[in-house]
Design a protein around this ligand. Structure first.
Ligand SMILES: *Cc1c(COP(=O)(O)O)cnc(C)c1O
Length: 366
């Protein structure tokens, strides 16, 4: 039996939605984008929101709208997808890596005071693996050090912490609609804020330095960071499926937990009390993680490692923060973590097969 790491859940309805754009003869940002934007804002509970071509550029837009640029430093967890950091680099600023906790690998600020200096302008918590970071701690830390907050909620659409949606605790929050995110438009992103000034800056930045198309007078420097109605028509269908996606992903999670409950040596990634979890992946922690992944691949199951710590990334070496001793938990996650598939169309039979294979491997290790 083949079990891929991910498979997008798109079908006839998404296809028809694209066809409808052709029938209406409107393919750039237009009525479908407006409708998707309104529905997203309603779901997220934010005042303003603009699209971006993808999650990385959503972060870039957010950083630029906050005025982050050359000479500035931004705190970012050491354990995240590299896009969080490259957006900071693209804005001209310097990323400063902060270790994460060992339970659910969200940013851990207990030792972060020493990373703040005069250049530190912002903090970018990342809501990793479909749950929410400890935003109480982040907001407190940001207030104490007078930092702006930009939340990377790429993996956290539909996720709340204490009934407040991820991405709405700080100055700016961003989302991704890449193919393996909770809902997808193929490629896509969204930036939210409650601040009218930031919103205005976002509008200029994403639309060539003007508020409306059709004018050739550009009061500011901006870029083209728009989406298309073709993508956002897909987004509307996906958003309507969000409850079903949530249900399906949680069913799969509970099945993994049940089937592996009595297997010694395995710990599950565990969200905090009060935080939702729409599992982006199901994370396991165990010794011999890399041997298990090799074993799974032999049986046509496609696992993923946890994220490779940013401080060890060859591409980020020039930021000079390569001391392993500063990041014990990010390293622990990378060395012990295995991501199991959790996509909505994964069958119970496939989950059973994955668990049987893991149990066989673990038995051999005893
Ligand atoms: C996917 C992702 C991004 C980047 O989003 P893209 O749409 O792929 O550019 C950034 N941060 C995190 C945590 C992500 O998972």
């Amino acid at each position: 039996m083949k079990v891929p790491q991910f498979s997008p859940w798109i079908g006839e309805d998404e296809y028809k939605a694209i066809k409808a754009c052709f029938d209406a003869n409107w393919i750039t940002e237009g009525p479908k984008s407006k409708e998707f934007q309104e529905k997203l804002l309603e779901l997220i509970g934010a005042k303003y929101g603009v699209f971006a071509p993808n999650g990385t550029l959503a972060l870039y837009l957010g950083l630029k709208a906050l005025g982050i640029g050359a000479g500035d430093e931004v705190l970012v967890p050491d354990f995240t997808f590299i896009g969080s950091t490259t957006a900071i680099e693209m804005a001209g600023a310097r990323p400063v890596f902060i270790d994460v906790n060992r339970k659910n690998f969200q940013i851990d600020l207990s030792n972060a005071d020493k990373s703040v200096n005069k250049k530190t302008k912002a903090i970018m918590p990342v809501h990793i693996y479909g749950t929410a970071a400890d935003m109480g701690a982040v907001v407190k830390f940001a207030k104490q050090h007078k930092l702006l907050i930009i939340e990377d909620a790429a993996q956290a659409i539909g996720v709340h912490r204490n009934n407040k949606h991820a991405g709405t605790f700080g100055d700016v929050g961003t989302f991704s609609f890449f193919a393996d995110k909770t809902i997808t438009t193929g490629e896509g992103g969204f930036v939210v804020t409650d601040d009218e000034n930031i919103y205005n800056r976002l509008l200029y930045l994403r639309n060539q330095g003007r508020k409306d198309r059709g004018s050739f007078i550009h009061p500011e420097i901006g870029y083209n960071l728009r989406m298309t109605d073709l993508q956002n028509a897909i987004g509307l269908i996906q958003l309507a499926k969000l409850e079903e996606i949530k249900k399906r992903k949680n069913h799969i999670l509970h099945l993994y937990q049940e089937l592996l409950a009595n297997t010694p040596g395995i710990t599950f990634f565990k969200p905090d009390e009060g935080a939702d979890w729409i599992p982006f992946r199901v994370g396991l922690l165990l010794d011999h993680a890399s041997d298990l992944m090799d074993y799974l691949k032999k049986y046509e199951i496609e696992p993923r490692t946890f994220f490779y710590p940013l401080h060890r990334q060859p591409a980020l070496a020039r930021f000079g923060q390569n001391n392993d001793a500063d990041f014990p938990n990010a390293i622990f996650g990378y060395e012990h973590g295995v991501c199991l598939p959790t996509f909505p169309t994964l069958t119970d039979e496939q989950v059973n097969y994955v668990c049987e294979t893991i149990k066989r491997f673990q038995k051999g290790k005893d």
